[in-house]
Design a protein around this ligand. Structure first.
Ligand code: SAM
Length: 229
C-alpha cells in the first residue's frame, strides 16, 4: 500500500535502514517506478534489542544481499541500489542526493536507534515523505518520542498503526495525499502500544531472570491443575 501511494505520483526513490537480505527491498527493486534505492545497513555481528537480548545475523553482508537480488531478478540492474555499510548517524546526509519519498526503518530495534534513524530520514527525505517502521511491538516508545519531536518542531504529521507491526508516519502534504488510503488499514494505536508493552515486559523478565520465570510458570501450572483426590 505504501508503495502504491508513492508510485501514484510517478517516479519515486526509496530508502531503507536495515536491509539484511533485501527482503523488503524486493518490491521496489522490481518496480520500474522506483528509480533509486538507498540501502543503509551497519551489518554488525550482533545488535541489541528492546527485548533485552542480542540478535545475531550470520553472514550478513551487502554482497550477499545483492547476489540474492541478482539471482532472483537477473534482468534488473543491481546498480539501482546505492549501498552504505554504516549506521545512519555516521553518514553524511549529503550522500543522499535524490530525496526519497518512502523510507523504511528496520535496523537496530532499540528506542534510541529508531529515534536516531528517524531523524536521519527526516533530514534526507522529501518534505512530503512517508516514513514507516517495522517491529513497532519493540520500539513503540521510540515512536512516541518521534511524535513528540515532530509536534515540538511544528512539523505536520499523521501517524497510523497498521498491520504487520508496521507504523506509518505521513509528513506534511503526504497527509492529504495518502490518509484516505492508509486510514482504513489503521488499528487502535493506544491499545496496540499497551498490549505490546505488556508482552515486552514479560519477554524482558523472561530473558533477565529465566530461572525465576520458569519457577513462576511452574507455580501457575500447579495452581491451575485440578486437585487429585
Ligand atoms: C530485522 S533485520 C532487517 C530485515 C530486512 N528489512 C529484510 O526484509 O530482509 C535488521 C537489520 O538491521 C541491521 N542493523 C543493525 N544495527 C544497525 C544500525 N545501527 N544501522 C543500520 N542497520 C543496522 C542488521 O545488520 C540487520 O541486517
Amino acid at each position: 500500500m505504501l508503495q502504491d501511494c508513492v508510485r501514484s505520483s510517478g517516479e519515486y526513490m526509496y530508502l531503507e535502514i536495515g536491509s539484511h537480505l533485501g527482503g523488503t527491498i524486493q518490491p521496489h527493486f522490481i518496480d520500474p517506478a522506483c528509480k533509486l534505492i538507498y540501502s543503509i545497513d551497519k551489518r554488525p555481528e550482533s545488535q541489541p534489542d528492546e527485548r533485552g537480548r542480542s540478535c545475531h545475523y550470520t553472514d550478513n553482508s551487502t554482497e550477499r544481499m545483492l547476489s540474492n537480488l541478482s539471482h532472483a531478478f537477473p534482468s534488473i540492474d543491481k546498480y539501482k541500489i546505492v549501498n552504505f555499510d554504516n549506521d545512519a548517524s555516521d553518514l553524511d546526509p549529503g550522500e543522499i542526493i535524490e530525496k526519497p519519498t518512502l523510507c523504511f526503518i528496520d535496523g537496530e530495534h532499540t528506542n534510541q536507534a529508531v529515534f536516531a534513524d528517524f531523524k536521519f530520514c527526516l533530514q534526507v527525505s522529501h518534505a512530503n515523505a512517508i516514513i514507516a517502521f517495522h517491529d513497532t511491538c519493540y520500539i513503540f516508545k521510540g515512536i512516541k518520542t518521534i511524535k513528540e519531536y515532530l509536534s515540538s518542531h511544528s512539523i505536520q504529521f499523521r501517524g497510523f498503526m497498521v498491520g504487520g507491526s508496521v507504523y506509518v508516519i505521513l509528513l506534511n502534504e503526504a497527509i492529504n495525499n495518502y490518509s484516505d488510503k492508509i486510514e482504513p488499514l489503521a488499528i487502535n494505536e493506544s491499545e496496540y502500544f499497551r498490549n505490546a508493552g505488556k508482552k515486552l515486559r514479560k519477554v524482558r523478565f523472561k530473558s533477565g531472570y529465566p530461572r525465576l520465570y520458569r519457577f513462576l510458570q511452574m507455580g501457575k501450572r500447579i495452581l491451575k491443575s485440578p486437585t487429585k483426590r
